[in-house]
Structure formats: C-alpha cells, structure tokens
Design a protein around this ligand. Sequence first.
Ligand code: NAD
Length: 313
Amino acid sequence: MKARKVVIIGAGAVGTTFAYALQINGGADEIVIIDIDRKRAEGEVLDLSHGLMFTPPVNIKAGDYDDCRDADVVLITAGAKQKPGQTRLELVETNVKICNDITKRILEVTRDAILLIVTNPVDILTYSVLKSSGLPKQRVIGSGTVLDSARFRYLLSRHCSVDPHNVHAYVLGEHGDSEVLAWSMTHIAGMHINEMCRICGGACANSVRDDMGANVRDSAYRIIEAKGATNYAVGLALLRIVGAILRNEKSVLTVSTLLEGEFGIKDVCLGAPAIVNSKGADHVFDAPLSDEDLKALRLSADTLKAVLKQLDI
Ligand code: NAD
C-alpha cells in the first residue's frame, strides 16, 4: 500500500496544531512541514518527534517543495498577518500572492496532490489558486465552513442538550461575516429543527437563532482577541477533511469549492455541502433551501464576488 503523505505549508499555530492532531490520530505515514522560516519548521518537527514514543508511528520531517512530489494532500496554511496601518484588502493581496507563489512551486513537482487551502480569506484564496493552477476543481478545495459548521453544531447541541453527533447542521457560504446558518437543512435526531422545537416545547424566542448566528460568526474574533489565534478546533476540522480524502470516506463536509450553478450560484468558491473522497470535493449537493437561506447564500456569494472583482481575479 502506498504511504499516505501529507505536506503542510506554514508551521504556524494552525499548521502545527493540525500536524499534532494528525500524528496522534495515526492517519498518515508521512508528515512534512515546510515554512519560509526553516528554523521554525525544524523546531516544530523536533518537538512533535519527541512525542513519537506516545503516538502511532509516523515519519515527520521539515522539508522543502520537492517533498510535495508524492504527496496525497498539500495544505496551505501559510500567510501574512495584518501589519499596523495595512488595510484588509492589502492583506488579501499579500496572501493571494503568497498562495499563488506556493502553488507554482508545488506544481513544479506534482499536479496529482489535492490542495487544501486554509489561509484566509479562504474562499478568495481557493478561487485564486484554482484559477492560477488550472487544476481540476475537485482537487483545489478550501477548508470553507467546516469549522463554522462544527461551531454551529456545538451550540445547538448545548442549547438542546443533545450530543453534537446527533445534530446535523451546516453553515454555508463565505467563511466570514456573510456566512449562512442553513436552518432549513438543520436536523436533530432525524427530525427537522422546527419539528424538534415543536415537540421540545421549550418555546424559545426567535432571537435564539439570531444569537446563535452571531455567536458562530463572532467566534474567531473572540478567540483571537483572547489568545491571538484559533488553532485547536480548526486543527481537528482539517483532520476531518484530510481523513475523508485519505480514507476515501465520501463524507459530506462544507468545504469551499467552485460552484457551477448549484443554488443558482456560479464562478465563485464558497462553503457548500460536498462529498469529500479520495478525488477531493467530488460532488456538491444542490440541497433545497428555504427562500430565506437561499437569499442569504446568494448574498454571501455576491460579497465574495465583489472582493474577487476588486482584486481583478
Ligand atoms: P501564523 O502566523 O501562526 O503562521 C503562518 C506561518 O506561515 C508562519 O510560520 C510563517 O512563517 C509562514 N509563512 C508566511 N509566508 C510563507 C511563505 N511564503 N511560505 C511558507 N511559509 C510562509 O498563522 P496561523 O494562526 O497558523 O494562521 C494561518 C492562516 O490560517 C491565517 O491566514 C489564518 O487566518 C488562517 N485560518 C484559517 C481558518 C479556516 O477555518 N480557514 C481558521 C483559522 C486560521
């Protein structure tokens, strides 16, 4: 059997937390970490390697782009942080350039790996890498709203006192302010949320749903304000996506993928319920949404398209 190889570009909070989760999980045979700051990558690898006595065996090393040659999945978590005085748009331009340069270097050695974009703004960068690489759309995916969906499921599970595994709920659209909590797709214990609310009899105010939306959307801001970065839940969300690819799981995950008419939206990448298997994001479910959810999703797509237009991508 071919060794399962995962390359992580960007040895920051997100890249290394994912590496740590993957090491403990035992889902890969080889993990390679690349960073523009080689010393940092080497330090992280040494630290992770000292834990090998306690985890399944895996070959971990600090590497370079040649290591992407036989990789199954290459994650891009490299990016610049906002500098004082720098606008958000300037930061986006910087990260577009970083991601496109990294992609060029990956393509010099392989066109077979699945590229998983994590750097923000993830939907813009996924679209930009897809276009600049010319790779099939299945093989360039973003982490999308997988993390946001997990936050939504967590909040619902707490509110309804049900295990998050029994909650099926999706956040769609931009991984950002315009994202949409798709209430019309939300089910708990096999029941539509409206039915669940009816039999629960808790008579929650309508504002509960709005508050939950605000909570999901503001989570990253609150965590970053408190500790500087988000890393644990996103690390596990990435483990879920990469596991689905490596094990050909056909899991439905809201990765960022190119829409080609689904939900009446095209030519933009955003979080949508897609089958994730060994080919990448293989199929998007054009799920029937309520008019309200559909309208919000199309607005989210328009928000992203406006940024792409500003950047001339
Ligand atoms: P970080 O600053 O800790 O790490 C970034 C790393 O990228 C640094 O080690 C830096 O040296 C490296 N780097 C910069 N330019 C590079 C280049 N050209 N080549 C190789 N390496 C380079 O940042 P972080 O907290 O790990 O976050 C990384 C990215 O992930 C950010 O853009 C963040 O917004 C994003 N993020 C996305 C999600 C999501 O759900 N999509 C969640 C959390 C964070």
